[in-house]
Design a protein around this ligand. Structure first.
Ligand SMILES: Cc1ncc(C[n+]2csc(CCOP(=O)(O)OP(=O)(O)O)c2C)c(N)n1
Ligand SMILES: CC(=O)[C@@H](O)[C@H](O)COP(=O)(O)O
Ligand SMILES: [Mg+2]
Length: 649
């Protein structure tokens, strides 16, 4: 039996000796590589927090003490130590979440994977403990150096520093990277600490002395080093940033020395006021393939060979990200006004290719989407055309900046939203399902949803040519798949993908839902129901020719990979009514619920976003029976009658 198998909860850690703790750390690393190489996940970040998490659970008493992970992708070790030793179902339908999840454990608090929120959570929880007389409960936030580049962390620190009675400990997990090396002045400050000769000399010289004196001395050295470094750091200027905020600073601590971490955390626990413990760690620690990975030290991996780290996933047709990356470089070759902005996700969003070709024309602003959007408005004011590339779910955070800095000032900024729609394994906070609903209310915005790689190139070129307001391009995670050629294109750019000799149903597909729309049309034809399938390409504002076509059909069915509430379908319905067209509308999309993690296919099946579900519901509607109430489907038949009719062209 391994030591890890004896750990059913954090208190089982208390009796372990130094040697056992070192063995446990080894076993956890071995397990993480063996398991996550099969399931995929955030291998690098979790290899970097093994000793830190063990020390944290030994010093504090979760769940009485509240532990908050920032972003939450580095919580696998926490899961292993809190009764979830089997990670084999990680991120799979019905399996363990890749982030903390309250339904899994009382030890889990923050489920969102949106970075930089942990200190605000900790601020609120610690205030609540104070105000409810729970003075013995601590709050511990584990925040990465990357997450520290997000504005919320500074808003929270500004508040936390205002009240030094709260038992709030911030563990800065500083591995010097987000995906790539973390950018900005904050990172430079932290980096001085990491590389400070004083710290390194002290560490090396004192360790050598004690090592020569044998185990008792070694144990003594490890026990005091955390506090020693914290104390000494006052003379090396490292604490300046925090102590000026009137927050005690302990560090830098070797985040892989479990004893040093424990000593520092015990010191922090006894301090009785907000404390920052600065841990120096390595993302991918203990696993050579990760440490060697210059791109992102195995920040997020698919299935890999545990020995070599090589990907086991078959090379497939290009990803949406790669098509975007190449097309943007092509456009930038001929348009020197184009500049790119990423929020610490240069490679994941594909901007690395433009950065390689035009290094001075791509900006990494850190995990700072709000700043990215408003800085883009500034770049546009200065005569450039910024392309802000973020994951769709993260644009939520910058809604006000898109509205009040970009759109209000009619700034020509293009937002490229990758991972739009159901993403799958990353769970509810990662599905990019809200962008169509929240962005379409922005005055003057234009939103395109390419259905395939040809349209992505077309619509990106069209977007960057617009300089009098925001444009948006959104596409899903994964490979692009086949191209869907049009039968014809209307003057306003709407593509007709399929027609019938009966005008029973107009199917309006948003982006890659074109495939589903065409499959639905086939099923309807088999029932003798005629369907026209169109791809508006630019879905906001609703094109005029779509309104005209709707007037010629009995029913409009919109299909979108976004929440139905406030989605494109509702926009179409409103615009039809405004134009005096009373054709019934059925909006097919996602329910306005948080969708658990799982494969994209499983989730789409679960919510009925499949050709068979949609065709069944539309058939029932056309044949006049009451539409069965499928999740994610709403039918506007109350206010209008389904057009009786010949349906003949
Ligand atoms: C608001 C937001 N933007 C972008 C991301 C994508 N993202 C996930 S982890 C990560 C890097 C986090 O770096 P750090 O906080 O240093 O943690 P580490 O992975 O180094 O442990 C980023 C950018 C996110 N989760 N949230
Ligand atoms: C934690 C986080 O936000 C990212 O690491 C995200 O999990 C990456 O998602 P993809 O794997 O789809 O790039
Ligand atoms: Mg980091």
């Amino acid at each position: 039996m391994t030591l890890l198998e004896t750990i059913s909860g954090p208190r089982d850690l208390d009796a372990l000796s130094t040697e056992q703790l070192e063995q446990l750390a080894r076993e956890i690393r071995e397990y993480l590589v063996a398991s996550v190489s099969q399931t995929g996940g955030h291998l690098g970040p979790n290899l970097g927090v093994v000793e830190l998490t063990i020390a944290m659970h030994r010093v504090f008493d979760s769940p009485r003490d509240a532990i908050v992970f920032d972003t939450g992708h580095q919580s696998y070790v926490h899961k292993l130590l809190t009764g979830r030793r089997d990670l084999s179902t990680l991120r799979q339908t019905g399996g363990l979440a890749g982030y903390p999840q309250r339904s899994e454990s009382e030890h889990d608090i923050v489920e969102s994977s949106h970075a930089s929120s942990s200190l605000s959570w900790a601020d609120g929880i610690s205030k609540a403990f104070e105000m409810t007389g729970q003075h013995d409960r601590h709050v511990i936030a584990v925040v990465g150096d990357g997450a520290l580049t997000g504005g919320m962390t500074w808003e929270a620190l500004n508040n936390i520093s205002d009240d030094n009675t709260r038992k709030l400990i911030v563990i800065v997990n500083d591995n010097g990277r987000s995906y790539a090396p973390t950018i900005g002045g904050m990172a430079r400050f932290l980096n001085t600490v990491r590389t400070k000769q004083t710290y390194r000399n002290l560490h090396l010289s004192s360790r050598r002395v004690f090592d020569r004196l044998g185990e008792p001395a070694r144990a003594f050295y490890r026990g005091v080093r955390g506090g020693l470094h914290g104390f000494l750091s006052r003379f090396t200027g490292n604490e300046a940033l925090y102590s000026n905020l009137d927050i005690k600073y302990i560090g830098p601590i070797d985040g892989h020395d479990e004893h040093a971490m424990e000593a520092a955390l015990r010191q922090a626990r006894e301090y009785g006021a907000p404390v920052i413990v600065h841990a120096i760690t390595d993302k991918g620690r203990g696993y050579e393939p990760a440490l060697r990975d210059a791109a992102d030290q195995f920040h997020a991996v698919g299935q890999i060979d545990p020995e070599t780290g090589e990907s086991l996933e078959p090379a497939s047709s290009p990803s949406w990200t790669n098509v975007f990356a190449d097309e943007l470089v092509n456009l930038a070759e001929h348009n020197e006004r184009l500049v790119g902005i990423t929020a610490a996700m240069l490679r994941p969003t594909g901007l690395h290719r433009m950065a390689e070709r035009f290094p001075t024309r791509v900006f990494d602003v850190g995990i700072a989407e709000q700043h990215a959007a408003t800085s883009a408005a500034g770049l546009a004011f200065g005569g450039l055309h910024p392309v802000v590339a973020v994951y769709a779910t993260f644009i939520n955070r910058a809604f006000d900046q898109v509205l009040m800095d970009v759109a209000l000032h009619k700034a020509g900024v293009t937002f490229v939203l990758d991972r739009a729609g159901v993403t799958g394994p990353d769970g509810p906070s990662h599905h990019g399902v809200w962008d169509l609903s929240i962005l379409q209310v922005v005055p003057g915005i234009r939103i395109a949803a390419p259905r395939d790689s040809v349209r992505l190139a077309e619509e990106l070129a069209e977007a960057v040519a617009v300089d009098d307001g925001p444009t948006v391009l959104r596409f899903p995670k994964g490979t692009v798949g086949v191209d869907y050629d049009a039968v014809r294109r209307a003057d306003d750019g709407v593509d007709v993908l399929a027609e019938s000799d009966r005008n029973d149903v107009l199917i309006v597909t948003v982006g890659p839902m074109a495939g589903i729309g065409l499959a639905v049309a086939e099923r309807l034809e088999a029932q003798g129901i005629g369907a026209t399938v169109i791809d508006p390409r630019w879905v906001v504002p609703v094109p005029r020719s779509l309104i005209g076509l709707a007037a010629e059909h009995r029913i409009v069915v919109s299909i979108e990979d976004g929440i139905r509430v406030g989605g494109i379908g509702t926009r179409i319905r409103q615009d039809l009514r405004q134009a005096g067209v009373d054709t019934a509308v059925t909006e097919v999309g996602l329910p306005d619920e948080f969708l658990d993690h799982g494969s994209r296919a499983d989730i789409l099946e679960r919510v009925g976003l499949t050709p068979q579900h949609i065709a069944r519901d539309v058939t029932a509607m056309v044949l006049g029976s009451k539409l069965p109430h499928a999740r994610g489907v709403s039918t506007d038949t109350g206010s209008t009658t389904v057009r009786a009719g010949s349906g003949d062209r």
